[in-house]
Each structure stands twice: as C-alpha cells, then as structure tokens.
Design a protein around this ligand. Structure first.
Ligand code: 5AD
Ligand code: SF4
Length: 495
C-alpha cells in the first residue's frame, strides 16, 4: 500500500483532465482549428527529468499540440530544467534569455519553465524579476497541475490581461498515476518506479528539489511495463534516484530485487536496465537477480563519487572504499562479464590531491568501462556549500584532466577486449559515425549509411546493416574499438 497523502487523488487527476480539454479549446481559439500549435519541449539533465518531459509532452499532446525540434517554429517553448550543477543552470538561463528575446518579436509565443531549477525559491524569484517574458513556472511537485496552470495563462492572455503563473510551493512530493506520456522513439523507454531521495549526500540538491522517497505500487509499474512491451519497446530502464530504496515506503509490496525480477519475467523480447543504484543499498540479493535473469542487462551503474574514505564520509555516502570494492567483487564472482560504470566528483570541498589520487587508484582497481565525471559545483542549501573549499578551480581542472587521462586507459581495455567477440546489440537507429573506427571502405560501400546499437553493457557499436534492423536485436561481431565505442560486422543477410 502507498501512503494515501502521497497519491494524487483520482478526483484531482480527473479535474486536471478537464483542464486539458479546456486548454485544447483555448489553444484552438488562439491558433485556429486547422493548425495544431507546435510545442518545443527541451529536457536537461538526468533520465528522471527526461521522463517528466515525456509527461509534459503527453499532456500537451492531449491538448491538441504537435511537437517540433525547430524552436523557431514553436508556439510554446517549455524548458524542463536541471539544478544538479551550476553550469546546467547557466545553460538554461542562456536559452531562456534567447527565448524571451524572441518573444519581443513574436508576442504570442508562450514560454514555460519547469523541473528542478524552478523548485528552488531563489531561482523562481530570479525568473520572476529578471525574465518577465516567462509566462509560467512549474516546480517538480506541480507537474500534474500543468493543465490547470497552463489554462490560467491561456485564459488571461485571451482576456488581454496577461497573468504569469508560479507554481513552486515546497512539498515532500506526490505520485500522480496515469498522466499521459509521449515518449521519444519507440525502442527504449524510461519507466519511473519511484521519485525523490532521502539520502542527502552533502553536495547534492536533488533531495531539496525532488522531495522525499516515494515508490509507485508494483502493480502500476508492471502494468506500464506490459504496455511498453506490447507497444514494441525493446528496452525498459527502471528509474529512481536510488532504486535500491524502492518499496521501503510501501506496505505489502515488492523490494527492488523482487520488482526487477518481476519485470524481467514478463513475456516478450526485451532488456531491462535500472538507474541509479546507490552503493550503500546495493545488495547480494540484487546481484543474484541480475545473474539469474537473462533480460536484465549485466551492467551496473554504481556511482562511487570518490575513492577516499574521508571524502566519502564528508559526502555522507554511508559506505567506504572497502565496502564498495566488496560489492564489485561479489558482482564479478556471480554475474559473468558484468560491467560497471560510475559517477565521480572531483574537487569536493577540502579534498586533497592525495585523496583525489585515491579516486584514480579506485577507478583503476574497479576497471569501469566509462565514467560520468564532474567538477564539484556548490549548490545553494546543501551542506557542502558551506564547507571550506580552498583548492583553486584551475587546480581542480588539472585533477579532472588527470582523471580523464586515467579513465581513457581503463576504458580502452574494456573496449579492446570486445574485439573478436560476437555481441548482442539493440539497434537504435542510424550511426552518427563519430567514433571514426569503422573502416571508410565499409562506410562508402554502404552508401555512407551505417547503424548504431548498444550492447547490454551500454557500449555503442557502429556497423553496416539494413534499416529493417532498427528496433531489433542483432548479433554483431566486433572488429575494432576506440576507448569509448566499437565498430562491428553484421553478417546475416536480409532481416
Ligand atoms: N557537483 C558536482 N557533481 C554533482 N553531482 C551531484 N551533485 C553535484 C555537485 N554539486 C553528480 C554526482 C551524481 C551525478 C548525477 O551528478 O556524481 O551522481
Ligand atoms: Fe543526490 Fe545522493 Fe540522492 Fe543521488 S543519492 S540524488 S547523489 S542525494
């Protein structure tokens, strides 16, 4: 059972559906019955945010909107923002500045901001004061109220007295089931299983903007997974800030390993992944599920953040280096060929060069295939933001480069080890040919068109093959590798 106060009531969801219908009428009046208004929706940041963006698109679609990737064509611009690092915020202010400038030429353009940035009071205030062109601001907790907020904005514009809307109240967060979703592509789908975070890592703003952990009922998740499989999706990623906490707030429901196994046991030809797994709660039970379920990819994204015990304690991570390495050892012993990726923060307040070197030695010891690497960015309201941070930015940048150089070597080993192996690949679309390792003769012979797929280890593979393979699994023999991508050969003729 989910705590009642966390679930948005069916009555409230029905009320929002009524607002969608009202928005549709208002939009038709504003843009004419013949032409669907076009929305440009851009999500920054993590998969959770992308998933929220897909719900915003779902609601816009129910209001009769179409979508465009060309912002110049858009009638409605929606930026779904990320607050995790300062540069993400700067990027958003850059694009919002551009969009509001467009509005000085195109008066009927509607601009909205939502996502993690807007849930912070100081950001909402900055938008209110300095970006008057923004019509509405929707914090993460108000996502399901988008129809009502948007209707207010449309109505006020029609009545000739423009009213801006700010729905940014603080909250521990809710769960809104059954919102419409428009997903990108038809091959890989994000499936949120829980929202929020209770961990309060000292550097991280997420618990402040996404509220407390709350899990969806497994029955709702499994129903959505079944629907995705029936729609032909080949890969489902179970999403949560810390999926290992799944179910801890529910009574009489599944744990994360049980949920993962239940999804993997659904009939159909698909892969299951999950993001993100906090090392402190990553249990042998979970690894045993990965080991015994063929459909669960043998890839664990297990963000370590640092290799130094002192820094890990200062980050409030609740594991040490030895405990982390023990989890990796257990996984390697029980899951043949398991692959690890990670997140690393360089230059946490007070980190010394020696402590940073412990991170480098850890990545060499674990042997990650790839890393997401970040220079520490102070976030207002977090504990780390008030810690002494004496190391100059230029010094942190040097350490960062050192980390990238080390990982290049570590990653290369993984990619080179794939050469000569035949791997199952989920074909996602046309290759962008950025890896430069597929021989030019092969590319020319294929008329310049190659395919791109991903292995269960999340390694990108470019290869020549027919278009009908897109959305299918294919066996590809790896012929060459760089330190971040593979090239291969698909030998089966026809489809
Ligand atoms: N500075 C730098 N990196 C951060 N991350 C989270 N907060 C910060 C911050 N303040 C990184 C962590 C996390 C990933 C999603 O973003 O590595 O795992
Ligand atoms: Fe942020 Fe830590 Fe929660 Fe991840 S587990 S979202 S890093 S507070």
């Amino acid at each position: 059972m989910v705590k009642k106060q966390v679930m948005v009531s069916p009555e409230e969801l029905a009320r929002q559906r009524d607002f969608m219908a009202l928005c549709q009428k208002e939009l038709a009046r504003r843009y004419g019955e013949e032409k669907a208004p076009l929305a440009f929706v851009k999500s920054f940041g993590c998969q959770q945010n992308v998933s929220d963006g897909e719900k915003l698109q779902g609601m816009l679609s129910q209001m009769g909107c179409g979508f465009t990737d060309d912002i110049q064509q858009a009638d409605i611009i929606l930026y779904n923002t990320c607050a995790v690092r300062e540069n993400a915020e700067q990027k958003v202010f850059g694009v919002v500045g551009w969009a509001t400038h467009q509005k000085s030429v195109r008066k009927d353009l509607l601009i909205g901001l939502c996502g993690c940035m807007t849930q912070q009071a100081h950001i909402a205030e900055k938008v209110r004061k300095s970006y008057p062109g923004v019509d509405f601001v929707l914090g993460t907790h108000a996502l399901h109220q988008f129809p009502e907020i948007f209707y207010g904005v449309l109505q006020s514009a029609n009545e000739g007295h423009r009213r801006r809307a700010f729905a940014v109240e603080e909250s521990d967060g809710v769960i809104a089931e059954g919102l419409p979703v428009v997903r990108e592509g038809g091959i890989r789908a994000n499936l949120p299983i829980m929202y929020g975070c209770n961990n309060f890592c000292t550097y991280c703003v997420v618990p402040l903007v996404r509220g407390r952990e709350r899990s969806r009922r497994s029955a709702d998740i499994l129903a959505e997974a079944r629907e995705l499989i029936a729609q032909g999706y080949r890969e489902i990623t179970l999403l949560g800030q810390n999926v290992n906490s799944y179910g801890k707030d529910l009574e009489d429901d599944l744990s994360f390993p049980q949920l993962l196994e239940a999804v993997a046991s659904l009939p159909g030809d698909f892969w299951v992944r999950f993001m993100t797994s906090h090392p402190k709660d990553c249990t042998p039970e979970l690894m045993d599920v990965i080991a015994r379920c063929d459909k669960v990819c043998s890839h664990i994204h297990l963000p370590v953040q640092s290799g130094s015990d002192r820094v890990l304690t200062a980050m409030n991570r609740h594991y040490n280096r030895a405990q982390y390495l023990e989890k990796v050892r257990y996984a390697r012993e029980h899951i043949p060929g398991v692959n690890f990726t990670s997140d690393i923060i360089v230059g946490f307040p007070g980190e010394t060069y020696e402590e940073f070197r412990e991170t480098v030695s850890l990545i060499e010891e674990v042997g990650y295939s790839s890393l997401f690497t970040f220079i520490y960015s102070p976030r207002e309201g977090t504990r780390a933001a008030s810690m002494p941070d004496p190391v100059p930015a230029a010094e942190k940048s040097r350490w960062f480069q050192e980390l990238l150089d080390a990982q290049r070597e570590v990653g290369m080993v993984h990619y080179q080890n794939c050469v000569g192996k035949t791997l199952k690949v989920l074909v996602e679309g046309e290759g962008k040919l950025k890896n430069g390792i597929l021989p030019q003769e092969e590319i020319d012979a294929a008329g310049g068109r190659v395919l791109m797929g991903r292995t269960e280890h999340n390694m990108v593979v470019d290869f020549v093959g027919p278009e009908c393979l897109i959305g299918q699994f294919a066996q590809v023999t790896i012929t060459a590798a760089s330190n971040w991508a593979l090239a291969g050969h698909w030998e089966k003729p026809g489809c």
